[in-house]
Design a protein around this ligand. Structure first.
Ligand code: SAM
Length: 243
């Protein structure tokens, strides 16, 4: 009897460990993600300022300045249009921003009336093969359930030699990890009643690929590495790939 209780206890603990470590509770279905971003759209920019201490803007600026954009540029998961806006303000090129959250797009359109913002899904892009010289995606791929399909689509719509720029949290900096996983949640709880989106952010960040895994994934989708760059001591990282 005692043996059975000990076994059950350990099986229970192991099951809990896997459930929480690999987070079977995180729902990345497109409908859920779309709803979450529609719900938080009006506070998205302000929240980003708070949780990044304003630094995300600075990093985005640096990333955009480090690449010589020209021709046709597609910004996927454009959200409220930060990257699309920076590219069109700094380079002479045709920029299109795409997102499936209509509420995020409303804000983007308000901020940058001169840019074409399109409602669409990254896993089924409404563009012909080889249409773009550059495709960017910032803090977006992590939220896409079928990231393989999205990467196939990015490859399809890029012209030969076209560049794919991916930006998201990095995992190299233990200090950034402590700040994001422990200190910021406390800060966020002071400002917001609904912690679900932030909880999702922390979990999705933990479960997402590190830079080495990302490069392997992109290479599996036939991209070649051009360069990688870390910002905020590795708290944010950028990979530039080529078709
Ligand atoms: C964290 S926000 C990033 C917004 C912006 N790129 C930035 O850097 O601030 C992620 C965005 O991806 C969009 N998104 C997630 N999955 C998508 C998909 N499959 N197709 C289109 N947009 C998607 C969401 O609606 C949301 O606006």
């Amino acid at each position: 009897m005692l043996k059975i209780s000990i076994y059950s206890f350990f099986i229970y603990r192991i099951a809990l460990y896997f459930l929480f470590t690999y987070n079977f509770f995180m729902d990345k279905s497109p409908d859920n993600i779309k709803k979450m971003f529609n719900d938080i759209a009006s506070s998205y920019d302000f929240n980003n300022m708070v949780i990044s201490f304003g630094l995300h803007k600075l990093v985005k600026k640096k990333v955009v300045k480090s690449i010589d954009f020209s021709g046709n540029v597609l910004d996927l998961c454009t959200g409220t249009g930060d990257i699309a806006g920076l590219i069109s303000n700094n380079y002479k090129c045709n920029v299109i921003g795409l997102d499936f959250s209509i509420e995020m797009l409303k804000i983007a359109k308000n901020r940058y009336a001169h840019i074409d913002f399109i409602e669409g899904d990254c896993t089924n892009l409404p563009f012909a093969n080889e249409s773009f010289d550059f495709v960017t995606i910032s803090f977006g791929l992590r939220n896409i359930e079928n990231y393989d399909k999205a990467l196939d689509e990015i490859y399809r719509v890029l012209k030969p030699n076209g560049k794919f720029i991916h930006l998201d949290f990095g995992k190299k900096n233990p200090i950034a990890n402590v700040i994001y996983n422990f200190i910021v949640p406390k800060l966020v709880s002071i400002f917001y009643k609904n912690l679900v989106p932030y909880d999702y952010l922390v979990k999705s960040k933990k479960l997402f690929f590190d830079e080495t895994q990302l490069i392997s994934l992109f290479e599996k989708h036939l991209f070649n590495k051009v360069k990688t760059k870390s910002y905020l001591l590795g708290g944010i990282s950028c990979q530039v790939m080529q078709k």
